[in-house]
Design a protein around this ligand. Structure first.
Ligand SMILES: NC(=O)c1ccc[n+]([C@@H]2O[C@H](COP(=O)([O-])OP(=O)(O)OC[C@H]3O[C@@H](n4cnc5c(N)ncnc54)[C@H](O)[C@@H]3O)[C@@H](O)[C@H]2O)c1
Length: 327
């Protein structure tokens, strides 16, 4: 099986590519070829993997590049490339070019191939919903984004539904919760502080908290996100019918609850490193995001959430070697 990961240098893409290289499997199928595509080179090596790894650089919004990429006719395509929320809000043209035009070009390149109907896994976001919210948000709640990023993801979802309905490809869209704790460096997502207030203190560094402690958010761990993608790539999509985009399961937690869990797991010296510095722009963006879900449909189709925020912190410490000084 040939697999293409678009956005393979990113947090989720790299984790997914690494997993495919290490396991050599996607469901019951053997992965023979993995193409890791991104606008910057993905930091990956095949190591002892039996999977043939090809690292490619290019712009998803460039038609010739996308045609060439799809010319290899991968069996499974993970489309993760995106400009994230803060950047898409700050740069209108860039957000629409990459998040919307890039997605449409990809779907069109697939359509242009004769007798070719790959599985497409598309990462959408809970930013497709906007206030006022149903509480919790159920599977039938209206999608009414309040950011450019959410709007771009929403249009991508509509395209994915329509191209799937027409049998051009077999697509599924995953509305990911915010992935916490994001390993590595902060990115430009407006939601970045949700990871920063855990990750930085665990590394002995100060973190900025731009919103109040009572802000509630919908989160899932990197390991859960990987599980969602692998399941989406292999599950039977026929039971989803024409509605191909699902609210992924997660945890609904307030910033205060996150910090309390951090203190439980790693001690008060970690939470003491969180500095409150209100930021109106970030507060405004986050206020337009949903807080709680009842993801019944995804769970019914086999997607599984994290058990607790304490577990998410412990997994981050285990996976990254972050060492709280005591606790
Ligand atoms: N991380 C989260 O909390 C979260 C939540 C909801 C949805 N998502 C979605 O999941 C996907 C993966 O998220 P992530 O956290 O790994 O994001 P990320 O920012 O770490 O990775 C995105 C990747 O896309 C690449 N990219 C950007 N422009 C490109 C272009 N023109 N051509 C090719 N590649 C380009 C970037 O270089 C980057 O490596 C994204 O689509 C994101 O919108 C993420």
């Amino acid at each position: 099986m040939k697999v293409l990961v678009i956005g393979a240098a990113g947090m989720v893409g790299r984790m997914l590519a690494r997993h495919l290289l290490d396991s050599g499997k996607l469901g019951d199928s053997t992965v023979t070829d993995l193409t890791a595509f991104d606008v910057v080179p993905a930091d990956l090596d095949a190591g002892s993997s039996a999977v043939r790894l090809s690292i490619r650089e290019g712009d998803i919004a460039d038609p010739a590049t996308v045609d060439q990429l799809i010319g290899d006719r991968p069996d499974v395509i993970f489309h993760l490339a995106a400009v994230v929320s803060g950047e898409a809000e700050a740069d209108f043209d860039k957000g629409y070019r990459i998040n919307l035009d890039g997605t449409r070009l990809l779907f069109e390149a697939i359509r242009a191939q004769p007798d070719y109907h790959p599985r497409v896994v598309y990462t959408s976001s809970v930013a497709v919903f906007g206030a006022p919210f149903e509480d919790p948000i159920t599977d039938t709640y209206i999608t009414a984004p309040m950011t450019s990023y959410g709007t771009q993801k929403m249009i991508g979802e509509l395209l994915l539904n329509d191209y799937s309905r027409r049998g051009i490809f077999d697509g599924i869209g995953l509305r990911l919760p915010t992935i916490v704790v994001r390993p590595g460096k902060p990115n430009k997502a407006a939601s970045g502080f949700f990871s920063g207030i855990i990750r930085e203190p665990l590394a002995g560094q100060e973190a900025i908290l731009p919103v109040e402690d009572n802000v509630r958010h919908w989160v899932a761990s990197p390991a859960s996100a990987l599980g969602f993608l692998l399941h989406a790539a292999t599950m039977d999509l026929a039971p989803l019918g024409a509605r191909r985009c699902l609210n992924m399961p997660g945890l609904s937690v307030t910033v205060g609850e996150m910090l309390a869990a951090l203190e439980d797991v790693a001690g008060p010296q970690t939470t003491a490193l969180v500095r409150r510095e209100p930021d109106e722009t970030i507060r405004g963006i986050v206020a337009g995001w949903p807080r709680d879900f009842d993801p019944a449909r995804a769970m019914q189709h086999g997607f599984v959430a994290d058990a607790s925020f304490h577990d998410i912190i412990r997994a981050h410490i285990r996976d990254t070697g972050a060492r709280p000084e005591s606790g």
